[in-house]
Write a protein that binds this ligand. Structure first.
Ligand SMILES: Nc1ncnc2c1ncn2[C@@H]1O[C@H](COP(=O)(O)OP(=O)(O)O)[C@@H](O)[C@H]1O
Ligand SMILES: Nc1ccn([C@@H]2O[C@H](COP(=O)(O)O)[C@@H](O)[C@H]2O)c(=O)n1
Length: 462
């Protein structure tokens, strides 16, 4: 079965993009070597030692070609060469690695060694800071080698590899002793000598003895850690230093008409003495107002219907498929308002939290509708202060192929700083806010005069 996996660890993913919205490529490590040399074991140990969040392990078995019925019978008779380069779909592999490297979401086939086929379902991988790609021919194709930041060859004695393979293929891959030996003699060994062993020249590091070579694994881990460290910077605190005094509010920002009703709602919501049930009622009313305003930015076409009096009426119909995405937790306070206006809409979630020590935004969890790239996305957060969380959430949507011009950010309250930060990085994203407050507290990063902690007040957790 497939070995692909995403390793998520406690702290969440720190920004993988710059203030202008552009991205860092993820760090790609290739691990090649003979079958059962210990490639997967070495890769997993590196991942454990790295101890950074969002590391992806990608296995080359996912990219075995789909076999015709005749070839499948050959495979069942141990008469198919799975160790020859032609057995792999290198083009699919190249596309997948390119997308992962660029930080995009990818769908990876799941391979079943027992039936020699791809399973109907796929593995979704997204959000890699580091990708470790392992496979017998990981260092074979020059186009793929060119994408790699670090190339490793695991060099394990052939007798040991054969013994391990016998044990593994019989216990895990549904083979028998004679079959494994037949396949080994006919295909595995000759292909190793002809195609796999020669790729050692493409490696930066050779790891003799695989997993047992603690020194080599330690050196590789430290090297990757150093590379990752060089990419880190103080995101949220860099944002606060941006001076937008005297600058016009950007053109892509829509501020609701400051009507007496709107001010009345804000007065209730902002009042520290407001009871929770009133707070909920009025924030949901406000959310519905913001959503209604945002919808007028979408495409409507003329649409004729017949009234009960049998008279035609020429009206309008929205032609966009809409979905909501809330930035947890405060953004979810806008969901009821959204559902009041857009019936039965799908709502995705993105959990972004401030790192307890650094204050940096960090990504913890994503659950987005499958067809999000075809939707107009109403991205919701109760407030935009520095814009750091908003930038991260927009970056996530773009990585999932949502066009920038099909995102509207909805919020109750924003600061000029946050609006400038978002607009500079993503000028095509529209931002619809019910009000703008002038400043942010330098220490707490709360908006002033503001509304306080919206999520706490809504959910009663303060
Ligand atoms: N250093 C080692 N000592 C003992 N067994 C090992 C060692 N390295 C790997 N193995 C075992 O050998 C088998 C193949 O290892 P694996 O890492 O999956 O190799 P590969 O990915 O190269 O095929 C697995 O059952 C694994 O547990
Ligand atoms: N249906 C298949 C597909 C592949 N193999 C063998 O797997 C080996 C590669 O996997 P490792 O985990 O050992 O790197 C390769 O040598 C193929 O012979 C198979 O037996 N059946």
């Amino acid at each position: 079965m497939s070995k692909n996996n995403v390793f998520l660890r406690g702290e969440g993913r720190s920004p993988w993009y710059r203030l202008d919205g552009s991205k860092f490529d993820c760090y790609l490590v290739g691990v090649a070597g003979g079958s059962a040399s210990g490639k997967t074991s070495v890769a997993v140990r590196i991942i454990e030692n790295l101890n950074v969040p969002w590391v992806v392990l990608l296995s080359m078995d996912s990219f075995y070609n789909v076999l015709s019925p005749e070839k499948k019978i050959d495979a069942q008779n141990n008469n198919f060469n799975f160790d020859h380069p032609d057995a792999f779909d290198f083009n699919l592999l190249l596309d997948t690695l390119k997308n992962l490297k660029e930080g995009k979401r990818v769908e990876v086939p799941i391979y079943d060694f027992v039936t020699h086929s791809r399973l109907p379902q796929k593995n979704t991988l997204y959000g890699a800071n580091v990708v470790i790609f392992e496979g017998i021919l990981a260092l074979y194709d020059q186009r793929i080698i060119d994408l790699m930041d670090l190339k490793v060859f695991v060099d394990t004695d052939s007798d040991i590899r054969l013994i391990r393979r016998l044990k593994r293929d019989i216990s895990e891959r549904g083979r028998d002793l004679n079959g494994v030996i037949q396949q080994y003699e006919n295909f595995v060994k000759p292909a190793f000598d002809q195609y796999i062993q020669p790729t050692v020249k493409n490696a930066d590091v050779i790891v003799p003895r695989g997993l047992d070579n603690l020194v080599a694994i330690d050196l590789i881990t430290k090297h990757i850690q150093r590379q990752l460290h060089e990419r880190q910077f103080n995101f949220r605190w860099d944002l606060v230093k941006i001076d937008c005094n005297g600058k016009e509010i950007p053109e892509n920002v829509i501020v609701l008409d400051q009507t007496p009703q709107l001010k009345g709602i804000h007065t209730i919501i902002r009042d520290r003495n407001t009871q929770r049930d009133d707070f909920i009622f009025y924030s949901e009313r406000l959310a519905a107002i913001v959503v209604e305003r945002a919808l007028s930015e979408l495409m409507f076409i003329e649409h004729e219907i017949i009234t009960p009096l049998d008279i035609p009426y020429l009206g309008k119909k929205c032609i966009e498929q809409i979905c909501g995405v809330s930035i947890l937790r405060a953004g979810s306070t806008m969901e009821t308002g959204l559902r009041r206006v857009v019936k039965d809409t799908l709502i995705g979630k993105i959990l972004i939290q401030s790192h307890p020590k650094t204050g940096e935004p960090s990504l913890h969890f994503i659950n987005l509708p499958n067809n999000i790239c075809e939707c107009y996305v109403l991205l919701m957060d109760a407030q935009i202060a520095t814009g750091a969380a908003a930038l991260m959430a927009i970056r996530v949507l773009l990585d999932h192929d949502v066009p920038e011009a099909k995102i509207i950010f909805l919020t109750f309250l924003a600061t000029p700083l946050g609006l400038h930060v978002i607009s500079k990085a993503f000028p095509k994203v529209k931002i619809c806010t019910s009000m703008i407050d002038p400043k942010i507290n330098d220490e707490t990063l709360f908006i002033e005069p503001g509304m306080g902690n919206f999520g706490d007040r809504y959910y009663g957790t303060s």
